[in-house]
Design a protein around this ligand. Structure first.
Ligand code: FES
Length: 110
């Protein structure tokens, strides 16, 4: 299994292309934390339970094949701030080879 490339635009608008492992059962929220692209305590607050929306991100490559939203993610995004049509919760997106080339932008902190 090999790494994939994911581009993450941080909350300052800086773009980072990072290598993401697909064999560690990691999700996008954990990836952002691993590369320290958001300050500690501002992302992943609920630990990846789809209960805080601190990991909200915008999907900039609609062509990327992402898993369908589960009901928990859908419900959380219905209550979150700054939600757009392309919003997803990073903690619900587990890294997979289909995500190679994915580009996301972190939603503002609130
Ligand atoms: S980390 Fe809380 S919803 Fe994703």
């Amino acid at each position: 299994m090999s790494d994939i490339k994911i581009t993450i635009i941080d909350r300052e608008g800086v773009s980072h292309e990072v290598d993401a492992p697909t064999d560690m059962n990691m999700n996008i929220m954990e990836l952002v934390r691993a590369y320290e692209l958001a300050p500690e305590g501002t992302i992943g607050v609920c630990g990846g339970m789809a209960m805080c929306a601190s990991c909200q991100c915008y999907i900039l490559t609609p062509e990327t094949d992402l898993p369908e939203m589960n009901p928990d993610e859908d419900a959380m995004l219905a209550e979150a701030f700054n939600v757009k049509d392309n919003s997803r919760l990073g903690c619900q997106l587990h890294l997979s080879e289909e995500m190679n080339g994915l580009k996301i932008e972190l939603a503002p902190e609130y």
